[in-house]
Design a protein around this ligand. Structure first.
Ligand code: ZN
Ligand code: ZN
Length: 558
């Protein structure tokens, strides 16, 4: 007998972050099929690279949940990294749900929303560390973990269908310098209660051992700064507030005064002070004051460790920074990791510094960086605490997720599922089952316009960037006679052996012949003329340049 009332079910749907490290967007739904109530956990961005010219920010496509916005109960942000909260302001108008976060994250959320002119519209709920959130069928507790930013939270999500541990980003640091150590007691208690599924960070699944403690970095950085005679600049992620604290301590130990360089350093320091950090630090000095100090009395704390062209360190390296000048005998300490994809710009930056006589020291030379994500021993520890029935690896590329699922299997977790963005996974005592695939994709922020990644604009842009552009214009009357032109313009095309003038003549000749050779019935037809000219130029161009430029033809009818 089928019951007339449809059964409630619990589903997990990642729309971003399962297939890439970045742009996290996770949904949990509970209710009868098709009539679920939803929560969003994290709403982040990713960054463009050389393969996405002109696009700096990439976001997950929120269409699926935007269409269900009336059933969206809330948006919970686990922490303040861009890959977890960077898309909130862009998509909130389509979602219009209340936002929940702990104080440090909320400070930065307010900053962003006010930049976007949304601050007065959004219902914000600041949750204390370890606090509770109650939304429809979801009863949630924040659990404090350790990571590379203050206030990283896991979420314990209680539903009528079972308990979920959504870890967010984490590592196990027994001595994180700022904030609490990992709340293992709560995790263990949840394990005793019985965790149905753990949705967990996969970033460092290929790294054996442990990520290492911030306190180890502090000891080494104090020593390393003590060895320097000239100016010292420490390059770090501004959001890694514990690292800023480490650098401040290294400065104070060595009688140097700290000078912050870069907008995001000041922004993050504001957020840190808001939650009571850095209250005992000696006052910082500004760039102008720092320039006047003896070389061995200053420590710059800089943004731009990834070689971002507009960040402070790139401007310092190129000598174009107004106040901060580094040269012979000065040092830059890269207290950060090389994010895959950024190698070229980082090495270019380091070479520029080296040719100015600056010593460049990175994490390979000295122990001045630790990761914020769990390595294999930490993952093992988390599984031992949580003992979930189902392992759902997220926050990784495809190979990370598959490897993490394998590790969970080795650790005797009965069920596992390595998801893809858009998978709708039903979670129950029977395990994890793929029940649907929903639309998931990427949105590019192209200047100020949001556009789907597959819209074709970028494909065309790349084609023009690689091949250059030939543009031809001519005016033709109704009988197919050319009245003016053809006129050719080249954009981004190298000068061939024959020279530009002869080449342009050849292109125009080819265009003219194409018009003259049109069959009678097509003469004077705008479209047919355009096509014929384009074809002729496309045939000729590879013989001149050995490549295929983009060809643009305009026929003006008279
Ligand atoms: Zn992350
Ligand atoms: Zn993070």
């Amino acid at each position: 007998m089928r019951s007339s009332k449809q059964q409630d079910r619990l589903v997990f749907v990642p729309l971003g972050g399962s297939g890439e490290i970045g742009m996290n967007l996770n949904l949990y739904g509970f209710g009868p099929e098709g009539r679920e109530q939803w929560i969003i956990v994290d709403l982040g961005v990713s960054f463009g690279d050389l393969t996405t010219p002109g696009v700096e920010v990439i976001m997950p496509d929120p269409q699926f949940i935007a269409e269900r916005a009336k059933d969206l109960l809330g948006i919970i942000l686990t922490h303040a990294h861009e890959d977890h909260m960077g898309a909130l302001a862009a998509f909130w108008p389509d979602l219009r749900a209340p936002v929940y976060a702990t104080p440090f994250t909320m400070y930065l959320v307010r900053d962003r929303l006010s930049e976007a002119g949304l601050l007065d519209e959004v219902e914000l709920h600041e949750v204390p560390l370890g606090g509770h959130i109650s939304l429809g069928p979801f009863e949630m507790d924040m659990v404090t973990l350790t990571h590379s930013i203050p206030e990283p939270n896991a979420l314990l999500i209680r539903t009528p269908a079972g308990l979920i541990l959504h870890t967010g980003d984490w590592k196990i640091d027994p001595d994180p310098l700022i904030g609490q150590a990992t709340d293992s007691k709560t995790l263990m208690a949840a394990g005793d209660e019985g965790i149905l599924a753990m949705v967990c960070d996969s970033t460092n699944v290929f790294t054996e051992g442990e990520a290492g403690s911030e306190s180890g970095v502090r000891d080494e950085l104090i020593k390393l700064v003590g060895e320097q005679k000239g100016r010292v600049a420490v390059a770090a992620f501004a959001s890694n507030v514990a690292r800023l604290q480490t650098a401040v301590e290294a400065a104070e130990h060595n009688d140097r005064t700290v000078c912050l360089v870069g907008r995001s350093m000041h922004r993050m320091m504001g957020a840190a002070r808001h939650v009571g950090l850095f209250t005992n630090a000696k006052p910082f000095i500004d760039e102008e004051e720092a320039a006047a100090l003896p070389k061995n009395e200053v420590l710059y704390l800089c943004t731009g460790s990834q070689g971002e062209p507009r960040a402070a360190l790139s401007r310092i390296a190129s000598g174009s920074h107004r106040f901060v000048k580094l040269g012979n005998g000065d040092s830059v300490l890269f207290s950060s990791r090389v994010i895959p994809g950024n190698e070229k710009s980082i090495f270019a930056l380091q070479n520029a510094l080296a040719s100015a006589g600056v010593n460049v020291i990175g994490e390979k030379e000295r122990h001045i960086h630790v990761s914020g994500h769990p390595c294999r021993d930490e993952l093992r520890q988390m599984y031992a605490w949580a003992r979930p029935k189902i392992a759902i690896p997220v926050h990784g590329e495809r190979r990370h997720l598959i490897e993490h699922a394998k590790l969970a299997q080795e650790l005797q977790v009965p069920h596992g599922f390595a998801p893809r963005n858009g998978d709708m996974i039903m979670l129950s005592e029977a395990g994890a089952e793929l029940v649907d695939e929903v639309p998931a994709g990427r949105i590019y922020r192209d200047g100020s316009v949001l556009t789907p990644a597959d819209s074709g604009a970028l494909r065309e842009r790349k084609k023009m960037a690689f091949g250059g552009v030939i543009s031809l214009a001519l005016a033709v009357d109704g009988a197919g006679r050319i009245h003016s032109g053809p006129e050719a313009n080249l954009f981004g095309m190298a000068e061939p052996k024959e020279g530009f003038e002869k080449t342009i003549d050849a292109l125009c000749d080819a265009a003219q012949k194409a018009v003259e050779n049109l069959p009678k019935r097509s003469r004077g037809d705008e479209i047919a003329t355009e096509n014929a000219v384009r074809q002729a130029v496309r045939r000729l161009a590879p013989r001149i340049w050995g490549k295929r430029p983009h060809v643009d033809v305009i026929v003006l009818p008279l």
